[in-house]
Design a protein around this ligand. Sequence first.
Ligand SMILES: Cc1cc2nc3c(=O)[nH]c(=O)nc-3n(C[C@H](O)[C@H](O)[C@H](O)COP(=O)(O)OP(=O)(O)OC[C@H]3O[C@@H](n4cnc5c(N)ncnc54)[C@H](O)[C@@H]3O)c2cc1C
Length: 708
Amino acid sequence: MKKFFMLLLAGLMAVSVAACSTKPTEEKIYTAGTYTATAAGFGGDVTVTLTVSDTAITAVEIVGAQETEAIGGAALETLAAAIKDANSVEVDVVSGATVTSNAVLAAAKKACDQAMGVAPSKTALTDGTYTATAAGYSWTGMMTGEVKIENGAIASITITEEHDSDTGEIAKTALDLLPGRIVANQSLATDAISGATVTSNGIKDIVGQAIEMAGGKKTEWMDEVAKETDTVKLEGYDVVVVGLGGSGMLSYMAAADAGATVFGIETAAKLGGNSTTTTGPMLLGPISDAYADVNFADKDEVYDVWIDYVGSEEKADIIKEAVYNNDTHIKYYVDNFDFEFAGMILSFVRPQWSQFWTSYVAENGVRNIFGPNKTNQYVRAMDKAVAMNEKNDYMLELTAEELIFDGETAVGVKAVAYDGTTYEVYGDSIILATGGYVGNAEMCEEHWGRTLNTVAQTTSDGTGINMGISAGGATYMLGVDPMIHIQQIPNMIKNDDLTADQKAILSALALVKGEMSTNVYGEALDLTLAEAQVPNYMYYNIYSEAELNDMKTNGLPENVSRATSHFMSQGGVMTAGAPVTDMDTILTVGMEYGNVLKADSIKDLAAQIGCDEATLTATLGEDTTYYAVICTGYTYGSVGGLDVDVNMNVLRADGTPIANLFAAGADCQGVENVEGKIYTPWGGQAQSWTFTSGYLAGNAAAAYGLSK
Ligand SMILES: Cc1cc2nc3c(=O)[nH]c(=O)nc-3n(C[C@H](O)[C@H](O)[C@H](O)COP(=O)(O)OP(=O)(O)OC[C@H]3O[C@@H](n4cnc5c(N)ncnc54)[C@H](O)[C@@H]3O)c2cc1C
């Protein structure tokens, strides 16, 4: 019926107007065929393929593998339908998915221009200074920026407000580097700053809005940015370290201190990786006089519990290192590279280990659980390590892609800088320390059955693990459950569609562990279970409409108002008993962003959840109107990785070491864990592993490199 209507309308219109923005005409405006174009989306490229007849867009295919599943992924589908229905690439952006939508529309415009055989053109901009606001990384406030348009071009971009307090140093790399690059390139297709994609996309959003305010079209400002094509060779290193997060830098330091010449490769625009956003490592013995009175956990007991947990002595030598030399390794960095820690924290799961892990002293000189970052300690230590040999060096914004082989031996690393220059870095030993695979959607799907929301840097996309595999390395417990300590609604609302207080209430409705919590199978959920073990890493809190209506007059019950989300509050406050008169707004916006489901019956709710109706009926009882508020885990990162021995030498499937290849950190953390249980749950283990594995890998790689 709709098609018929469109054709009829087209017949009536039958006028020649600008194509790609019209209903079909009878006049030939395209060269029939298939046209494809790409633009930078939220997490990677978005590709649009338009199939056109002489007069109309007949099919639209949009692919954006890296777009977030619930919001960006859904936007692709919506936009494909909208473009086809409108026979136009000038359709509305999808609410909550602005970055993805803009990329789709820019790519669609490029494809359409090709179909029409016209050169891309830009609508003139009116000079002036334009202020716009966009969502950045922060969950507690938007970014605001001023964009100056001069002589019809982008003259300057100044971010005047942002709220990335917990991850400020990462956001800062985008704030420092991206505005200048966009101005230089005059293009919104300028690459996001590696490691700071979300903040980068916020900046681009602000510039895009300013272009529109100036009378232009942001989709016309997506010119491809030219890249360098030359190759630079860096030769003669004893050790090459891939990834300069915690374990990479700690191995770099140990190798440099052992006398090796070392080169480090880091894709992000700053040192530190996830390690510099953490609280700190497990600590089982004193590392300075300040720890003299600490009641450390008994090492024998920790070792026994650990072996019992993994259920095998296969990696006992490594676990011994992790337990019995934990303090020796950390103390080495305190003594030689001036690391500073303070205080002790209780174990997550064993209250009897009441002083189990310690915390970094942050840049403001005090002990911090969350933010500000601890990069200052690592930068200071790296400066010292680099100064140990004049050949020592490292590069930021350099992304390792693959190993370089001579026969079967890895002799170097091929990496690409942000400007496109290829670097071939040659060394006798190579240490893989890229932080696991949380940023690799395919690997997450394969090992966890789904991609997960994360608070980690997604630069860790399995490159190190895959490089190890390419050299013949085996993996060990690659599918260990992700580290999860935080839960929240799946699609954080960062803009002003809800107030901070409304956001807090929505989160509380999701987070509270109530009687009506059900798992993805519709079964009542025993939420004493550790969060990582909840099936599919998510659950539903189900409320009848009557319950929610009651909250409109009688306010949130005590348990809901007390629900908190670790450090990820959105700045709002809740008071038990205070009427939630705006509950309808909270639920409506919650539904719009895919955080809330509404169903008129259990049958309908079961269909939306995708679970068995009878099971859900047994859980919920009464057949009425329900709202299900979704709660999901936010992971800190992956755990499983390459198989290694006690020297952190990567092992082949037959157990023999690959003499010059080493791994550290999350790239090989499976060796002290086990699949089918949550990762070593006592607290601070991952950071402790960066010290232990970094120390061992650095020393062993240096010894091998210096022997050549
Ligand atoms: C918010 C948060 C809090 C945490 N708190 C704690 C805690 O308190 N205690 C604890 O024990 N654990 C904690 N963890 C977990 C812990 O931080 C990680 O397990 C640990 O940092 C891993 O260290 P790593 O060296 O393997 O990875 P990272 O420190 O993340 O470093 C990996 C580095 O490799 C780089 N890289 C990736 N790919 C490439 C490439 N292709 N080329 C070049 N460079 C590349 C990355 O950019 C990154 O800098 C926390 C994690 C998060 C996200």
